[in-house]
Design a protein around this ligand. Structure first.
Ligand code: AMP
Ligand code: MG
Length: 308
């Protein structure tokens, strides 16, 4: 089953979050049996990200949006945890700083988009400017209403310049949110995640849902689609996001770049140096002899070289 199809909001279609079950787990019934799929996906994710980095032609931008406690941090930890830190980074957007507030709302976003070969995850994004800003009436209605189009233009321009964009809304139920707030209260290691503000925001649940529905409907495009991720089950949330990222990267048909140097000439020089070394210290003592007879698979070598 292709999750990119299954969970994507088709351009222009209506979004009714109340009709989408946050407990949905597709063909999976429990965390344990999904585990081996997750492991496989994580390996694949790592290989594909390495290829994206090596190819150095295009990039991937992941926008993560959700209500409090829906699991943005956990998703980032999972997805980024499978990747090589060289070539992957996360950027969180908070309320604009004084300097950011001096510019148009996309100014700070533009500065954080990925370079070629890079994966960047936005923990909150340009969408806060049609979500929190709308719900809290931080700007007049005509201002936030005028932002969907610039967002679409901005994302189209990124896509045309080689950035693939995936936008995820992590969908939890209000009951699940309250349960997670309780877990935060009960666990001193999570106290830092709680604020009184969380409860005030929760009161605005329906306003946020309306804002999300409109934003997703108006900005899910072919070049920058939205996915609604049922997220009451953390294991399914991680599996679904990883799978969509893998499907997307696989669809790019990436290839390792051709060598830019003369490999035959370098190999000839290497063999010459190897012979010289053997002559100097004797074949049996030379470490290179061991390395030659101890060749692992290509994949193992690559995995060792690039950590994990
Ligand atoms: P957190 O993600 O929990 O660290 O919180 C970041 C806070 O910054 C959230 O309450 C967001 O709603 C808020 N925030 C992010 N972007 C904006 C924005 N453009 N305008 C106002 N508040 C924002
Ligand atoms: Mg928070």
């Amino acid at each position: 089953m292709n999750y990119s199809e299954l969970l994507q909001i088709k351009p222009g279609s209506e979004v009714h979050l109340k009709k989408i079950d946050p407990n949905y787990t597709a063909e999976h019934t429990e965390k344990k049996s999904a585990g081996k799929h997750v492991e496989k996906l994580d390996r694949k994710l790592r290989e594909l990200q390495y290829l994206l980095y090596a190819e150095n032609k295009r990039s991937l931008l992941i926008c993560l949006q959700a209500l409090d406690a829906a699991g943005k941090d956990g998703t980032i930890n999972h997805v980024l945890g499978s990747m090589n830190p060289q070539g992957a980074r996360v950027h969180g957007f908070k309320a604009p700083t004084k300097e950011e507030a001096q510019h148009d709302f996309l100014w700070r976003i533009e500065q954080q988009v990925p370079n070629k070969g890079e994966v960047v995850i936005f923990n909150r994004s340009q969408y806060e400017d049609v979500l929190v800003v709308r719900v809290h009436k931080l700007v007049p209605e005509e201002v936030w209403k005028g932002r969907y189009e610039p967002i679409n233009d901005f994302e189209k321009n990124l896509f045309e310049n080689g950035t693939h964009i995936l936008k995820f809304f992590l969908h939890i139920s209000p009951e699940e949110q309250l349960l997670r707030f309780r877990q935060r209260l009960d666990d001193p290691a999570r106290h830092w995640k709680i604020s009184e503000n969380d409860y005030a925001e929760r009161e605005l649940w329906d306003d946020y849902i309306s804002a999300y529905e409109e934003a997703i409907r108006k900005t899910s495009t072919k070049h920058a689609p939205w996915f609604i991720i049922p997220a009451n089950n953390k294991w399914f949330r991680n599996l679904a996001v990883a799978r969509i990222v893998v499907e997307t990267l696989e669809s790019l048909g990436m290839k390792f770049p051709e060598a830019t140097v003369n490999i035959e000439e370098i190999a000839r020089k290497f063999h010459h140096a190897e012979l010289e070394e053997e002559k100097k210290i004797g074949k049996s003592k030379w470490k290179g002899a061991e390395a030659k007879s101890d060749k692992g698979s290509k994949k193992d070598e690559r995995a060792n070289q690039h950590g994990k």
